[in-house]
Design a protein. Structure first.
Length: 553
């Protein structure tokens, strides 16, 4: 693919190498992903050498014939394999302190601009055919089959060769610092004048670095190569991939999303730390009484347990913790996820692929033929999925899933809206838990604090309730990077289904009526659970108030 193909076709036509008839024929014969010029070369209408010489003449570089050229193995130390393959350049040698490289497309200004920032010596550019450049690269570096795997291993371990080029070092350091900072995701965003790097730590974005805008293409290219699956020359559509790396004996997965924006491609890399799979319910924020009640529900042989909340409220992490708690060799557990975020040992995980018909509903139907004991659905999205999940729960399976609702009682109305009859909901559901995430005070530096009048009023507390409480506030230390907070915990609301609640659901009571009765039966709201955690010195009033604004009444 040539960067300015329309202009190249014009140049070839002006040189009397092709005409409109040949162009029309090539357009009709070319494959969907093939360029017109490549189709012209394939049909013999023009040779690749004629194309290269035309480009060289019009872009002021010298054409070099690489037939029979044998590269010096010393060039591996000057031009790393990744850089040579990423930019499709053949290293020719060093003369008078200047590196000489051959490119197949001197009209690709991004490559010509990026290479001086990636390679140390000053560069002189020559032009040759892409096929000859590939031949030189194979002679110098060998085949490409193991390239991506080698790069990924090297980038994570910091071994020899991993940091040969500044861009490689820049990206690797960005990933490592993100992990060391406990970031959940890394954002690399082109803005008007530069590149902004931000880490999301404990749910809050922090601006950490800025880089010159001219490095964007090289940075994005490095990340695409590390995934081993993204197309380097595709900048018009979103792409998704994964990076696997090892750092300090920890296996890390990074889920990579790249989308085109007004100022260039933007990257978000979600860090999936596999050590989080060992989280217990107490690590998530369950206090003892709630944990005991929830664990009883997890031990049931059948029924549905729902976790609700907005995007980013930790629902999936809670489901994983539940599966981790009940995972035993005598139980068959199958999950359907979109996508699979963590690989759970001993559990069968299925990824949704809607483009081939593998929807949540289709996967769930197939799963039931696998005779599972326990099923996890990443999300209940429609009537078909909800109906199959209900039937599975009523026929002896324990089903876990999530819904997008603001609180626990609202999930009943949501299921009705989807198309589930209230009597089925009443029969199948065992409990519904709503949750939000709040930042947890750093255990090393938190210090004694008080609540001001505004916070007392917002939390509806009186003086007697806080007199013997352990109110704490953030201070800041090296361990929490002066933030005063380290990690997050959930504030939860458990709507426990008993005979009376089932009767209320059957009677089709409204959500406010359900909520009122549930509270009379002992359900604590999100805000009330948050208050308990403020009084216990685990988080701050400000965190709870902000996270439970919808629960204020």
């Amino acid at each position: 693919m040539y960067s300015n193909e329309e202009y190249l076709l014009q140049l070839l036509e002006e040189a009397d190498l092709i005409d409109q008839r040949k162009i029309a024929t090539a357009k009709g014969q070319k494959k969907p992903a093939e360029s017109i010029v490549d189709a012209l070369i394939k049909t013999g209408a023009v040779s690749d050498e004629q194309v290269a010489k035309t480009l060289a003449t019009n872009y002021g570089v010298e054409f070099v014939d690489l037939h029979g050229y044998v590269p010096s193995q010393d060039m591996k130390n000057v031009v790393p394999e990744e850089v040579a393959r990423r930019y499709k350049v053949a290293p020719l040698g060093v003369e008078a302190g200047r590196l000489q490289v051959a490119v197949g497309d001197p009209s690709d200004l991004e490559t010509l601009d990026a290479l001086p920032h990636v390679l140390t010596p000053d560069i002189d550019f020559f032009c040759s055919t892409p096929s000859l450049i590939r031949t030189v690269l194979s002679a110098l570096y060998g085949g490409e089959a193991d390239l991506a795997e080698t790069l990924i291993r090297g980038s994570g371990t910091g071994g020899e060769g991993a940091n040969d080029a500044p861009i490689i070092k820049l990206v690797t350091n960005c990933l490592i610092e993100g992990f060391k900072s406990r970031a959940s995701d890394i954002h690399i965003e082109p803005i008007e004048k530069d590149i902004r790097v931000r880490y999301r730590i404990d749910g809050v974005l922090h601006d950490v670095e800025h880089h010159p805008k001219r490095l964007l293409s090289a940075i994005i290219g490095r990340i695409k190569i590390m995934t081993g699956s993204m197309q380097l020359d595709e900048k018009r559509v979103p792409q998704d991939g994964r990076i696997q790396m090892t750092f300090q004996d920890k296996e890390l997965d990074l889920r990579v999303s790249i989308i085109p924006t007004q100022h260039g491609e933007s990257v978000v890399m979600r860090i999936l730390d596999k050590s989080s799979l060992r989280l217990g319910l107490s690590d998530l924020g369950f206090l003892t009484d709630d944990q005991e009640m929830f664990e009883k529900k997890l031990s049931l042989p059948d029924g549905i347990i729902l976790v609700t909340g907005p995007t980013g409220s930790g629902k999936t992490t809670t489901l994983y913790a539940c599966l981790n708690y009940i995972n035993r060799p005598d139980r068959k557990i199958i999950t359907v996820e979109d996508p699979v975020e963590y690989e759970l040992p001993g559990i069968n995980q299925v990824m949704v692929k809607e483009d081939v018909g593998m929807t949540f509903a289709a996967a769930l139907k197939a799963m039931l033929r696998q005779a599972p004991n326990i099923i996890m659905l990443g999300e209940i999205r429609d009537q078909e999925t909800a109906g199959i999940a209900i039937q599975a729960a009523l026929t002896g399976h324990l089903v876990f899933s999530t819904l997008h609702t603001n609180d626990a009682p609202s999930a009943v109305a949501r299921l009705t809206d989807i198309g589930i009859k209230p009597f089925l909901t009443a029969s199948a559901v065992r409990c519904i838990m709503a949750q939000r995430l709040v930042r947890k005070l750093c255990g090393e530096c938190k210090s004694s604090s008080t609540l001001d009048e505004k916070e007392m009023r917002a939390l509806r507390l009186d003086v007697s309730q806080v007199m013997e409480a352990n109110i704490m506030g953030p201070t800041g230390c090296n361990r929490c990077r002066q933030a005063g907070f380290r990690g997050r915990l959930a504030v939860i609301e458990i709507f426990n289904f008993d005979d009376e609640v089932r009767s209320m659901v059957n009677e089709e009571l409204t959500t406010p009526q359900l909520r009122k009765r549930a509270r009379e039966l002992g359900m604590r709201t999100l805000r009330e659970d948050g208050i308990r955690k403020v009084l216990a010195g685990l988080t701050t009033a400000e965190e709870v108030i902000e996270a439970t604004m919808s629960d204020a009444d």
